[in-house]
Design a protein around this ligand. Sequence first.
Ligand code: F6R
Length: 320
Amino acid sequence: MILDIYLRWYELALRATNFEVYGSPRKDLFQNLILSGMGGSGIVCDMIYSVLYSSSEIPVTIVKDFQIPRWTSKNSLLCAISYSGNTLETLNTVSKALEVGAEVCIVTSGGKLLELARVRGLPHVVVDSGLIPRAAFPQLLIATLKLLSTYGINLCSDLRSLTNILRDVDSVSKISKELAEFLKNSLPVIISNTRFYPLAMRFKDEFNENSKMMAKVEVIPEWAHNDIVGWEKPVNLDLIRALVLWDDDPVIEFAVNYLKELEVKVRVLKSLGDDLLSKILYGSHVAGLTSTYIAELRGLKAEETKSIEKYKNFLRSLSS
Ligand code: F6R
């Protein structure tokens, strides 16, 4: 069951800190970094992007598609993340990047990507197999951090202390159960500022996949230029619950007060952790557990994602 995996995140993360990086990364100075991945693997790209936004000296971009940017060249580093190793969009970006001579590195548990990494000698990290992609998140994240650090792209100096944020399972479960009660049977609207956008997306994705619910993300300060007006006369305010991801940011405070004035049912989540990465990891734990508890409350199987399989079968039928 997926719940058991979320409850084991600390142990899984700790294991990941010992994963080996295979292959020899090219020692060039890359001119740009492309992060490629879909769904539960692709969210790692968003998180890395957010952390690098304020620190990277080279441009970083995210690809969640079959195509890579036209400017990709032998001076690019493409990091592909796919838990299964068989996601066609991600596989396609890898082939295209190899065609133009870019350096490609891979995080996966197996499939065609692992085969390719071994045959072509591409730098790669192998995460544990037998998990569910979205629930393998701490391993995918830590494996990617390790892989990127071999290229001199350092986002975390101490991976073991990063995992500590996942230790207190009882308190995170308690918070998640309360949040699940608040959000069940609603249309959750998750509001964050730009640096927490990937965490807001993670909540949305987890509500979609585990709870089988629609959810919406609104991002500050862009929020204040359009979404804010939508709150004036929503079609069904009773259905909506707002979840605000806290940051010490006056506009977040403004948003919370604004929603309360409109009598919107709102909860504020303050992530624990000393830096953005640990706050995102902690918040993702809350997202996983909350969405799974909502599935339980709704009598649904959190692990099942039939419609994603339907889409993947459709894609395969196109190429056969
Ligand atoms: C399933 C899930 C999906 C997959 C996505 C890409 O748990 O979360 O969003 O992550 O379909 O597949 P992978 O991760 O295998 O590349």
